[in-house]
Structure formats: structure tokens, C-alpha cells
Design a binder for this molecule. Structure first.
Ligand code: COA
Length: 282
């Protein structure tokens, strides 16, 4: 058993992680390669997500990139070309690990997640972007589904991510043309929540993270999980599932938020649920 905390045990090479004031800042760290996602990032990120889940002080996670890129997508050399020569089992292992961190783990991550898009964001990076709960972009960041420009379809889970996040018109326009677009357009089409000038990007992200950290974490997690599952379910199955999920979140909630909130509104008449949070500290 190591005396080091889970975050201290991380290699901090391809991915940097620090926790400050409740926020785990996760930075893709290959600036000279525009943070293209290579096997090093993939395997390190699986451990990073485990470490953050085990770290109580980390209440919210923010993903961004070193230098002037968020991420230029999957690494064309190390992830694609070099893996063509690898043993099929190694290739499958890598693809499995990549889907694991980019969407299976992230979409249902136990803590809220924000993508802070600080620059170039292409192809495979859309998986990370869309799997995060919320997103804030530099208004001059450059986005693109460039796959069509070099003769492939947006695979991995990129097309699915984009189909879930955007309208058909916007998704197909950018998939079929490969045109780049900026952060302002990303906000307009709903790919990110906010686009702000570069010098306000971090402050805006912190404000958003703080808003999420004020909420009941058990219920926050149940909300996002429920959202992702019901999108794929029938109406009847959704009603059944949401009823069960509601009971589960009440049972699992150590602060008994539902009881507190109701009592503060109905008995004490000390707050209005439509206007803000119940008092969690009571
Ligand atoms: N895979 C592998 N390497 C990449 C990469 C990627 N997706 N994106 C950038 N790089 C590498 C470049 O090969 C270059 O490496 P080198 O210095 O060894 O030659 C380095 O990163 C810098 O890239 P460069 O193109 O010189 O930077 P730029 O600032 O002029 O342009 C981009 C930035 C993002 C516009 C450009 O790098 C690009 O188009 N990248 C590919 C984006 C893409 O299509 N991604 C989809 C992949 S799924």
C-alpha cells in the first residue's frame, strides 16, 4: 500500500491533474502535437478518472488542453497508422480503453464534468466534448469534423456523439463539409453552453463548476445518469425507470435532500425551490 494519494500516484505525463477548491483540472498534455489523443493519453486517462473518483476533495472535473489546443482528435500516427501494424489483440485493447474513458466512464461519471475548450477541437475530441455534462469554449476556438477531408467517416463514437448533441441539419452540415467553426457558432448550435473571450474562459468555467458544486452530489449524479438512459428508452420504460431512480437516489442520499427541501418549503416556509437550493448544511 502506498502512502501517496491516488492523484499523487499518477504519472502526470500525457495528462496533468491538479485539484484546487474542489475542482479537478485535467489537462491533456501533448501541446507540441496539439494534444492529439495517443495510446499514452488513453491509458493514462483511465487511471486519471479512477484517481479522481477516489479523491473526495474533487467535486467537479474540468477537461482542457495544454497550449493552444483542446485536442486535435485521435493521433493519426500513434493511434491509427502505428496500430495498423500492431497485433489485433493490442488494437482491440486500445480501442476498448479509448471507448472506456471517452464515453462509457465519462457519460456516467460520478462527479459533474465540464469541457473547457481552449483552442483546436477536432474529430475524436468531440467524443470527450460531448461526453462531458457541460461545455464552455473560447469564442475563437476552432472546431471541426475533419474526417471527410482525409477520407474516413467520423468513427469511434464521434458520429453518435454529434447526432445526440446537435440537430440533424447542423450535424450533417459539419460531418459532410468538414468546415471549421468557432466557439460562437458552437454555442449557437448547442455544442457548448457558453462561448466567451479567451481571458474569461477560466473564470466562466469556475463559476459554472461552483454552481454545480452547490448542488446535492448524489442527486446530481442520478440526474445525469437518468438523462442518458431515458434518451434510449420508450416512454413507458422511462416512466418506470425514473420512478425507480428517484427512489434509489432518495435512499442513497446521505443528506436526505428531499426531506429537507420539502420541510424547508412546506413547514418552515424558509425557502422557495423555484428560486434556489434548499439549505444543505441543516
Ligand atoms: N494526429 C497526430 N499528430 C497531430 C495531430 C493529429 N490529430 N494534429 C496535430 N498533430 C501534430 C502534427 O503532425 C505536428 O507534428 P510535428 O511537429 O511532428 O510535425 C504537430 O502536431 C503540430 O501540428 P501543426 O499541424 O503543425 O499545427 P497547426 O497549429 O499549424 O495546426 C491543426 C493545428 C489542429 C489545424 C492541425 O494540426 C490539424 O489539422 N490536425 C489534424 C486535425 C484532425 O483532422 N483531427 C482529426 C483526427 S480524428
Amino acid at each position: 500500500m502506498s502512502d501517496k494519494s491516488p492523484i499523487e500516484q499518477l504519472p502526470q505525463q500525457n495528462v496533468l491533474v491538479k485539484v484546487e477548491d474542489g475542482i479537478a483540472w485535467v489537462t491533456l498534455n501533448r501541446p507540441s502535437k496539439r494534444n492529439a489523443i495517443n495510446p499514452g493519453i488513453v491509458y493514462e486517462m483511465c487511471d486519471v478518472l479512477d484517481a479522481i473518483e477516489l479523491t473526495e476533495e474533487a467535486k467537479c472535473v474540468v477537461f482542457s488542453g495544454s497550449g493552444d489546443a483542446f485536442s486535435a482528435g485521435q493521433d493519426l500516427k500513434e493511434y491509427f497508422r502505428e496500430m495498423e501494424k500492431a497485433h489485433p489483440a493490442m488494437r482491440e485493447r486500445l480501442q476498448r480503453a479509448n471507448s472506456m474513458w471517452q464515453w462509457r466512464r465519462l457519460m456516467h461519471f460520478s462527479k459533474p464534468t465540464i469541457a473547457m475548450v481552449n483552442g483546436w477541437c477536432f474529430g475524436g475530441a468531440f467524443q470527450l466534448l460531448c461526453a462531458c455534462d457541460l461545455a464552455v469554449a473560447d469564442e475563437d476556438a476552432s472546431f471541426g469534423l475533419s474526417e471527410i477531408n482525409w477520407g474516413i467517416i467520423p468513427a469511434g463514437i464521434v458520429t453518435k456523439s454529434v447526432a445526440m448533441a446537435l440537430s440533424q441539419r447542423a450535424a450533417l452540415y459539419y460531418i459532410l463539409t468538414g468546415d471549421t467553426f468557432d466557439g460562437r457558432e458552437a454555442a449557437k448550435i448547442g455544442l457548448v453552453n457558453f462561448a466567451v473571450p479567451k481571458d474569461q474562459l477560466q473564470a466562466k468555467t469556475i463559476t459554472l463548476a461552483k454552481k454545480l458544486m452547490e448542488k446535492n452530489p448524489v442527486v446530481l449524479r442520478a440526474c445525469k445518469s437518468a438523462y442518458h438512459y431515458v434518451r434510449e428508452m420508450s416512454w413507458d420504460a422511462s416512466a418506470e425507470y425514473l420512478g425507480a431512480k428517484l427512489d434509489q437516489s432518495k435512499l442513497r442520499d446521505p443528506e436526505r435532500g428531499a426531506v429537507k427541501g420539502m420541510s424547508q418549503f412546506l413547514d418552515e416556509k424558509s425557502y422557495r425551490p423555484g428560486l434556489g437550493n434548499y439549505r444543505r448544511e441543516d
